[in-house]
Design a protein. Structure first.
Length: 236
């Protein structure tokens, strides 16, 4: 089976220009292949490089060396060398991303933030908002909040907005960085069921960064990082 995601000798080092160009290695030599429909957890202690690796996969961080490739509409796209327009197109059609923290344009309503991925692919505004409302209902976000900007929401409410937005365009690949990190136990259980439901029912490929060992064990494969290197890659 052809992979959907590949990394080839991927490395990332930050340069601290305010500290005289100090080099801060994050991870190096990562070779990774993720198959369609696979559910993969990235685990490890804080500072092991797992979140930075996820951001390289999504194209938020540029690789220092090596390559990230995403299969998009039948062809490989190098996220390390793609133009901003190409990266945008991959995100619009193929991948979704859920961060632990919601970053959106101030003063835009929650409903429009969630509907935006559909508007970007040409769905009419009324239909996009109707589908956004369905997801917000499923995620138990109270209706009186839908027309407010989420900047003043609680961390858990913002997390639900981020999840709803990521689900909207039915991505083939979903990257999740600590998707339940700001949620109480009951809400986290709902989120987890929805995320794994995408994998089970739609075949969405999942790559999750998590400290939660129970959540990691629900994945079919667990990769553990330490000191910027893969120290284990196990099928559960």
């Amino acid at each position: 089976m052809t992979a959907l995601i590949e990394t080839l000798a991927l490395s990332k080092t930050f340069t601290l220009h305010g500290r005289g160009g100090l080099q801060l290695p994050v991870f190096s030599g990562i070779n990774l292949s993720v198959l369609p429909g696979e559910c993969l957890a990235l685990t490890g202690h804080s500072g092991s490089g797992k979140s930075s690796l996820l951001r390289c996969l999504y194209g938020n961080y540029a690789a220092s060396s090596g390559d990230v490739r995403i299969r998009h509409q039948g062809d490989w796209v190098s996220m390390s060398n793609a133009t901003p327009r190409e990266v945008f197109e991959v995100r619009r059609r193929t991948v979704g991303y859920v961060s632990q923290f919601l970053r959106v344009i101030p003063r835009v309503s929650t409903l429009d933030i969630v509907a935006d991925p559909l508007r970007r692919i040409g769905v009419a505004a009324d239909e996009a908002r109707a589908r956004a409302a369905q997801w917000l209902q499923r995620l138990n976000l109270q209706e009186h909040l839908w027309h407010l900007p989420p900047a003043t929401f609680s961390g858990g409410e913002q997390q639900r907005v981020a999840l709803a937005r990521a689900f909207m365009n039915r991505p083939k690949i979903l990257f999740c960085d600590e998707p339940t990190g700001n949620l109480d136990g009951d809400t986290a259980a709902v989120m987890v069921d929805l995320i794994f439901g995408l994998n089970r029912e739609r075949g969405t490929t999942l790559v999750l960064v998590t400290h939660d060992l129970e959540l990691a064990r629900r994945c079919a494969r667990v990769i553990r990082l330490k000191g910027g290197a893969v120290i284990s890659d196990e099928t559960v």
